[in-house]
Design a protein around this ligand. Structure first.
Ligand SMILES: [Ca+2]
Ligand SMILES: [Ca+2]
Ligand SMILES: [Ca+2]
Ligand SMILES: [Ca+2]
Length: 359
């Protein structure tokens, strides 16, 4: 029987998927392949200093049996790489690692672990330890090493140092409107970080709530109003003002199209006014129209008033003559023969605005 080619391929694929996982390399850095320890006592802090007269039993690591171990939380981040002296780290003889630690990720190094004997002999006994670099960071608190540790004598234990920055490592849970602030792992609350309100929020005893910044009367510059927003606030310039930098300054409306005025524009703080030349007045707010001085009794004419666009002029009735564009003076027609039509034998009598001829 001949197998179709596609069946051969399927079989090959099935075999591969069966074989490949078992060929995958064992990686101690994987969570399931190392054990994490969190003991507060082993970290080099003044709280873990002991009196030189302390008596056994001491903390020790005689339980370790070459499994991969990592340190976290109250236990710091790594085993000390310098001598700590005696009676520290919760034990009589704090064990420390000597020599350079590996700097390439996912490599394993064998290093010596020193057990001190007294204050001047920091390396009286050596244990063989393996270090594996799961993560190397320029910030040593962010590096993650695991160790394969030898059993210690009953008066010695591995001394740890450092504190992890959970915030940088994104290993934290903070409620809304808060940020992670790193701290040295605290055994009172069993946390290596705090959650603090972000800017613009204040803790009210239960949660972080928006600050009303507008309560401060000086938060915004003059000529503006404050508007509270969630997490912040806004300064809104009053009408006629615009934000220049951080202050509200008058807008000069006259700079654009005379502010819409038909004739003259006058800028004012927070606004502007339209002005009219002499002889005109505003109709509405922006358009200048001629004043009818005659109709408004604003003229100074003795007799007739004639309105013009922009002004007016005076006219005199017949028989009168203007003397100064305003007043009218009766013409004495009798004074000159050319000004009257009386017969030579008649007597000319001047009257206001006219004359009479009598025989
Ligand atoms: Ca921390
Ligand atoms: Ca606010
Ligand atoms: Ca203005
Ligand atoms: Ca006029």
């Amino acid at each position: 029987m001949k197998f179709p080619m596609v069946m051969v391929h399927l079989l090959y694929f099935a075999l591969l998927t069966l074989i490949v996982p078992s060929l995958a390399q064992f990686e101690p850095c994987d969570d399931e392949h190392h054990e994490m320890t969190y003991e507060a006592w082993r970290k080099d802090t003044s709280a873990n200093y002991m009196s030189s007269s302390s008596t056994a039993p001491f903390n020790n690591d005689n339980r370790f049996n070459s499994e991969w171990i990592g340190f976290a939380g109250a236990a710091g981040v790594s085993i000390a790489t310098s001598c700590r002296g005696m009676n520290k780290c919760g034990t009589r003889k704090p064990v420390w690692l000597v020599g350079d630690m590996p700097t390439v990720e996912h490599t394993t190094f064998d290093v010596d672990a020193c057990i001190p004997d007294n204050e001047t002999n920091c390396c009286a006994q050596i244990l063989k330890v393996s270090v594996r670099t799961c993560r190397i960071s320029s910030d040593s608190s962010q590096s993650f090493l695991i160790y394969k540790l030898a059993t210690t004598p009953t008066d010695a234990a591995y001394c740890t140092v450092g504190d992890r920055n959970e915030c940088l490592d994104n290993d934290y849970t903070c409620p809304a409107n808060t940020r992670c602030v790193d701290k040295v792992f605290d055994t009172t609350d069993n946390k290596g970080y705090n959650c603090e309100c972000i800017d613009g929020y204040t803790f009210n005893g239960q949660s972080c709530v928006d600050d009303n910044e507008c309560v401060d009367p000086n938060i915004c510059s003059s000529n503006s109003v404050c508007q509270n927003t969630v997490g912040s606030y806004r300064c809104i310039c009053n009408s006629g003002y615009q934000m220049v930098g951080t202050t509200c300054q008058d807008v000069n409306e006259c700079l654009v199209n005379k502010g819409g005025c038909s004739h003259q524009c006058l800028n004012t703080a927070g606004g502007y006014l339209c002005r009219c030349p002499r002889g005109f007045e505003l109709s509405g707010t922006s358009t200048c129209v001629d004043i009818d001085e005659c109709a408004s009794n604003l003229d100074s004419c003795e007799q007739n008033c004639v309105n013009t666009i922009g002004y007016y002029f005076c006219q005199c009735w017949g028989g009168y003559d203007t003397t100064d564009h305003t007043n009218c003076l009766d013409i004495d027609e009798c004074a000159s023969p050319v000004d009257n039509t009386c017969h030579n034998n008649a007597t000319c009598t001047n009257t206001a605005g006219s004359y009479i001829c009598t025989l």
